[in-house]
Design a protein around this ligand. Sequence first.
Ligand code: SF4
Length: 747
Amino acid sequence: MKRLLSKATQALRQWHGPLTEDLVLQPGRFGLGQVPARLAPDGTATTVCGFCSTGCGLTAHLRNGEAINLSPATDYPVNLGMACPKGWEALAPLRAPDRATAPLRRTAHGEFEPISWEDAIGALVENFKRIQQQHGPDSLAWLGTGQITCEELGFLGALAKFGMGIRHGDGNTRQCMATAVTAYKESFGFDAPPYTYADFEQSDVVVLVGSNLCIAHPILWQRIMRNTHRPEILVVDPRKTETAMAATQHYPLKPKSDLVLLYGVANILITQGWIDRGYVENHTNGFEVFAQFVASFTPRIVGEATGLSIEQLQRFAATIHRGERVSFWWTMGVNQGHEATRTAQAIINLALMTGNLGRPGTGANSITGQCNAMGSRLFSNTTNLLGGHDFCNPAHREKVARVLGLASSCIPQSNSWAYDQIVQGIADDKIKGLWIVGTNSAHSWIDQDQFSALLGKLEFLVVQDMYASTETARRAHLVLPAAGWGEKEGTFINSERRFGHVRKVARAPGQALADFHIFQLIAQVWGCSDMFARWDSPEGVFNLLKELTRAQPCDITGIGNYAHLDRAGGVQWPFPDTRPASTRLVGETESHVGLQTERRLFEDGRFYHPDGRAKFIFGPPRPLPEIPDGQFPLLLLTGRGTSAQWHTGSRTEKSDVLRKLRPANLYIEINPSDAAALLIQPGDEVRVTSRRGTITAAAFITRIIQAGQVFIPMHYSATNKLTLAVFDPYSRQPAYKACAVRVQKAQ
Ligand code: SF4
């Protein structure tokens, strides 16, 4: 161990300058070498935003090599000169006074003490190896994130699984996109969102299911606003959200009756003969059985289940029928449900049966959440083996081992536990050590008090984060201070499959290190650095990731390097190096490869199943897991609050500007009729109780929410004290969107 620690120290000096005790906890004294490498002649550098999956290009304005301000990049093909408040304020979280600037170890008195990196990595390795020896190799797990780069995700997953023998790891992307992943894999044969953002501008009918685009993806809403075809905009949402208010048709259905609605619409389309027979026959399997299945979803039955009128259902179907280019979009209102995968596939089925795939302005399109959730889907090495491969496939294991120069025996032959199974593993005393990287689980995981209690059972909890102040880091035995977005280099993949180059435009404070370098240190001290000798720089790892995608649907072997991404404004997958000349744009030459800005999938009608056909997949709807009753008579919905807030607020709460753009305190939306019955006035403090716990909130009385329902934004730390730990059975994604509560005026 001593020899390995000494090697680690050498590496630290190489990346981080001299290490002396008096430098500890002095932010800004030393950084990670030069920033940044490639600048425009005007001294700016274009990078990709580190909040949401839209993946906007941001121009960093530099002084002495460091960013002093940001503005939306005018020539980036994603955002076209626009940015939401989070993008404008993305530097503020880097400058927060509560940044973790040194490794912290919990003392016997329960306080944190700063320690050296050598001691920190030594403590991690010593404790994790002890736990593995005492409790077996599967007694450790990790929880990752969609907020670090592809290169870091790949490194974390490879180090943990191949180097450290930690088989069980998952990401916070389980909380947002696992449903879309499962739905696409089963329906299309690969996790493949088919669209390009230009489709927002080219549709004549835009159907948004469970998506408050105005708030959650405001720049994508701006892309709809650029649509010159006067599109019909249909919003399916129980709440009259900002997006629903701007829509041409709002369908305020009962919560979680979306699967029944979609089957009912499919039935009307079939009975009216409004389907694309040619597309169905040439490109799909399973339609006839699906048609028989949905025949029982008559307008009357669907109307009763959804609360919508028969006229509304017929108008919905007729609008789809009239559209020449219909695009279907969904986000968390679908993904975070108890029957989410089948609901997502019901949307896919509508696109398939009407031939709305592979053409401009069409698609069955899942919009992702986090800035690199799509990178996590391909490269986190959790549910997929690196590069969209399969752990259970021997040929895939051999390929990955060959590309990485490893023995295939180090690759697990089975899938990891999912997030909820890891949590259950803690409850069952199977998981004893946990490594949490870049996510605030103690705030965001469902049924928060139960999760928080389980953290207390762990023998060793390591949290690697920008801040030691998050709800999760405060519970850790060891905190590893991480550089944030803007303080390191790598790539993100946005919702439309676009790889974008993330630049280093700021120095990390104190001793904070890029996650990439933390993984290098751990590899050295663990004793597996030989396996990662080629993982020496982010761009070097990018080249490995590229090679891993060869011959996969997500093949990006045609991307040259980071400079290529800069020139092209990002590149969407697939982009193989064997791309035939016929797929290039007129006038495109080798040196311009990738400079076209938009590309969609399935233009040839071929999907990724062995027979090239998409599948109709369906199943019977199931009742809500927790139905309101006399004791808990209201249904709680959760979701995003404002475009100024991001998830648990770890970063957005650091910005004075963003804090001014959202309500300061937790609030609950209550319909006027419910408020009157409960004698609640606007602004009253109320107690909200579920079977899991009680919180207080300020009453916001509004018709945005229907009678019998209430809404609380997800960003406030108390919200998940109420939610119910129920999961979609196929994607294992938590169902955050509906549970029964009681609301009372506080005394
Ligand atoms: Fe664009 Fe999303 Fe960043 Fe806002 S948070 S600037 S919408 S990428």
